[in-house]
Design a protein around this ligand. Structure first.
Ligand SMILES: CC(C)(COP(=O)(O)OP(=O)(O)OC[C@H]1O[C@@H](n2cnc3c(N)ncnc32)[C@H](O)[C@@H]1OP(=O)(O)O)[C@@H](O)C(=O)NCCC(=O)NCCS
Length: 176
């Protein structure tokens, strides 16, 4: 369990399905993400899966115990590189209150201090301003720009809808 001024950051619990469904069922959440709106049944399955991995953290408001978003924090291969990837999705009802920034900052501290991470990476579409603003607010550096890096969807003619990608990174010790 990690704590900040306003938030608790903890493992998923089976009781989080309703809050997860509340935002992962919204089409706008997927503007810059793979996937599509989920059903309550999907949410129950995802919550169960997430409660058994170390890759997902539920972010909960201390004031009312509501789960308002989640953080993805996954160690990439090879393990000896001590590198993690950061990602996040928050409920639009709670956007632009600094919650993602507050939670992500705490996760970086956890990564460097507790997991002894050497490097933490994050990737986002350059059009996703809210996302790269969060990364810059938590001190990550824009290290790369990839054109047509990936696609999540196809157009009506079945052609890939490619998007560009910013790569951000932060090191445990920037002098190294
Ligand atoms: C990215 C996301 C998690 C940010 O969550 P959040 O809690 O709103 O983030 P914060 O409040 O900590 O910071 C958002 C910042 O972006 C700014 N912002 C948001 N939308 C913006 C826009 N369209 N143009 C310019 N700035 C914008 C906010 O003003 C804020 O910056 P500020 O503190 O300097 O004012 C949220 O937008 C989200 O869940 N998006 C959908 C899923 C997604 O795209 N995930 C990331 C995939 S890479």
């Amino acid at each position: 369990m990690l704590e900040t001024d306003r938030l608790l950051i903890r493992k998923f619990s089976l009781l989080d399905s309703k809050d997860l469904f509340e935002y992962l069922s919204l089409p706008e959440i997927y503007d810059f993400e793979p996937g599509e709106p989920i059903s309550m049944q999907d949410a129950e399955k995802m919550t169960k899966e997430r409660s058994t991995t170390n890759d997902f953290f539920a972010v909960v408001l201390k004031s009312n115990n509501k789960m308002i978003g989640h953080i993805y924090f996954h160690q990439t291969e090879p393990e000896e590189f001590l590198t993690w990837e950061l990602g996040y999705i928050f409920n639009p009802k709670y956007h632009n209150h600094g919650y993602c920034t507050e939670a992500s900052k705490r996760i970086l501290a956890y990564g460097f201090n507790k997991l002894r991470a050497h490097r933490i990476n994050a990737y986002c579409n350059p059009l996703n301003t809210a996302s790269w603003k969060v990364l810059e607010k938590i001190g990550m550096k824009r290290e790369g720009y990839f054109e047509n890096k990936a696609f999540f969807r196809r157009d009506v003619n079945n052609n890939p809808i490619w998007h560009d990608c910013f790569a951000y990174g932060i090191l445990e010790n920037p002098e190294q």
